[in-house]
Write a protein that binds this ligand. Structure first.
Ligand code: HEC
Length: 104
């Protein structure tokens, strides 16, 4: 009995990240960095645009630099690393299970 209870507790803990809480208004995952993304990334376009994209840290940094260079996005200062951590964690590359393309 006790084992079953402990087992359920452990299971609950390990499943938590999978059952990520979504912010109903924006659709973004609620986690560290969410507030920053909501504050900094919704001024010019929908946050849906953020959710539709997938990238690793480098990819997100590239998009941010592109917006800064060409779209008037302001410097993000200390928020930048928090935002990139958040984006890479929750909107990271999708692993399709296919092998990587052959190097050219
Ligand atoms: C100063 C305005 C501005 C802000 C603030 C801004 N963006 Fe953008 N962003 C743009 C514009 C303009 C586009 C191009 C929109 C389009 O093509 O319809 C864009 C496009 C994008 C795209 C799509 C890129 C692609 O290749 O299709 C993503 C993802 C994105 N922004 C993420 C973010 C994130 C994350 C933040 C917060 C760090 C942010 N944006 C803040 C102006 C901004």
């Amino acid at each position: 009995m006790l084992r079953a209870v402990v087992g359920c507790l452990l299971l609950g803990v390990t499943l938590t990240p999978v059952l990520a809480e979504l912010d109903p208004a924006s659709g973004l995952v609620v986690d560290t960095g969410f507030e920053q993304v909501r504050a900094q990334c919704s001024a010019c376009h929908s946050l849906k645009l953020v959710q539709q994209n997938r990238a690793d840290r480098d990819g997100w940094l590239e998009m941010i630099r592109w917006m800064q260079k060409t779209q008037g996005l302001w410097p993000l200062g200390d928020n930048e690393s928090v935002i990139i951590d958040y984006l890479a964690k929750h909107y990271g590359p999708v692993h399709s299970g296919r092998r990587k393309p052959l190097p050219r």
